[in-house]
Design a protein around this ligand. Structure first.
Ligand SMILES: Nc1ncnc2c1ncn2[C@@H]1O[C@H](COP(=O)(O)OP(=O)(O)OP(=O)(O)O)[C@@H](O)[C@H]1O
Ligand SMILES: [Mg+2]
Length: 414
């Protein structure tokens, strides 16, 4: 028993919690060293003090009230009941505490034993924790703000990038288009060269033949013949010049913007000129038989283009016929349409190849031994397109061919 008492005494003295025993809920009757240390008194000083004196000054009145309420209904109260309690040291300074109360009675006298823990450090830790939580919250807010800024920046940049990509693809397209155009232009240029040189051959042939004939007419009385050939050369040269002007100004036949210059012409006169110009380059013994079949003689067409078309058709009729063969030309004007046919009794075109006749560079199998480029009829077709005209043909192998052109025109009523 003695040992047990000693043990209890030891617990009381060496406890790390402050222990204070109050009589009648107010007067301090026992204080352990830890409690004295907490409040900054000596144990002796504390004996006899009112417990209220250990409460911060401003809370003492309230504490009295609490104490009297407690005395009505004394009960054990464990520590840490979410109350913000403070102790008051001898020097008046405050410190946070947790208090557990246990009431008991000895010989009808009421006592309360108070267990007191200094929670300064815990409070400080809690404060720190709060501070950190606050800091964390602020940092989170900052981060989410930065995220927001970053997101909108990313959006902005993405937009910008999309714009740049779009612009790049645009300029790529533009470049490809420019390249395409350049290619097409080159193609047109080379076609132009071949077309031009093709069309120049007939008048150049006329000039050559007339020049060689002039050379032969050495006698004075042959002046008239010389004059005739000089006139032919002049016509051929002017034809050449006109063609050259056309080719150079029209930004190419191929683009379909050949200047179409319709004028009022007398069909028979124009055809006679053409026949006269082309006759020197016909094969030996070949001759042209020309007939105009309608009363009307005048029409409105581009004379230059008409000449070019007929030069092509007549030169084919001659080239693809034997010597001494005739070439028949007929013209008429029907309901504002000029109709001209060129007929030969030549080699004809194999039926199975006729479909390709107007294709560029097409040459039929039966004429392999005759020079040609296969451009003439293709050019004729293009000329007719410019004039809204049409071409038809009939051909039979070894019998001959007939090509007929239809050129509509309008008579301007002045
Ligand atoms: N009157 C014709 N009789 C027989 N075949 C013809 C006649 N006209 C055209 N052809 C056939 O059509 C082909 C194409 O004629 P086209 O006038 O386009 O070219 P080409 O006469 O061969 O050469 P060029 O470019 O010198 O005129 C000729 O190669 C020939 O096979
Ligand atoms: Mg030809």
């Amino acid at each position: 028993m003695l040992n047990e008492l000693k043990l209890v005494e030891a617990i009381f003295y060496y406890s790390t919690e402050g222990i204070i025993v109050c009589k009648n809920y107010s007067e301090i009757v026992m204080v352990n060293p830890r409690a004295a240390e907490l409040f900054g008194y000596s144990s002796d000083e504390m004996i006899g003090m009112n417990i209220d004196e250990l409460v911060p000054y401003e809370k003492r009145e309230q504490h009295k009230q609490l104490r009297s309420n407690y005395s009505m209904n004394p009960h054990a109260r464990p520590m840490g009941k979410n109350l913000e309690l403070y102790g008051c040291r001898k020097d008046g300074s405050k410190f946070p505490i947790e208090v557990g109360l246990s009431p008991f009675e000895i010989n009808d006298v009421k006592y309360v034993i108070c267990f007191i823990i200094d929670i300064t450090e815990r409070k400080q830790a809690e404060e720190k924790l709060k501070e950190y939580a606050e800091l964390l919250k602020r940092k989170n807010e900052e981060i989410s703000y930065l995220n927001h800024v970053l997101e909108s920046k990313v959006k902005e940049r993405t937009k910008e990038l999309a714009r740049v990509v779009y612009e790049l693809s645009q300029s790529k397209n533009e470049l490809a288009q420019a390249l395409e155009k350049e290619k097409a232009l080159n193609e047109i240029k080379s076609r132009f060269v071949s077309t031009a040189s093709h069309e120049f051959r007939t008048p150049l042939g006329t000039i050559l033949s007339s020049v060689s004939l002039i050379q032969r007419y050495t006698k004075t009385e042959e002046q008239e013949k010389r004059e005739k050939h000089i006139q032919r050369i002049k016509t051929a040269v002017s034809h050449l010049t006109e063609m050259l002007n056309d080719f150079l100004s029209l930004d190419k036949l191929e683009e379909g913007i050949v200047r179409y210059k319709p004028e009022l012409i007398n069909v028979t006169e124009t055809l006679r000129q053409i026949i006269d110009e082309i006759t020197p380059i016909l094969k030996k013994g070949q001759h042209i038989v020309y007939k105009h079949l309608s009363e009307k003689l005048q029409c409105v067409v581009d004379e230059q283009i008409l000449k070019n078309i007929l030069f092509n058709l007549i030169s084919n009729a001659s080239k693809y016929s034997d010597e001494d063969k005739p070439i028949f030309i007929e013209s008429k004007i029907d309901d504002n349409t000029l109709i001209i046919s060129v007929k030969d009794e030549g080699y004809g075109i194999p039926e199975e190849e006729q479909f390709f006749l107007f294709t560029r560079f097409f040459r039929a199998n039966n004429v392999n031994n005759i020079q040609g480029t296969g451009l003439g009829l293709n050019i004729v077709k293009k000329y007719l397109e410019i004039m809204n005209g049409q071409i038809e043909f009939k051909s039979k192998l070894n019998e001959g061919s007939v090509f007929t052109i239809y050129i509509p025109f309008q008579i301007s009523e002045k």
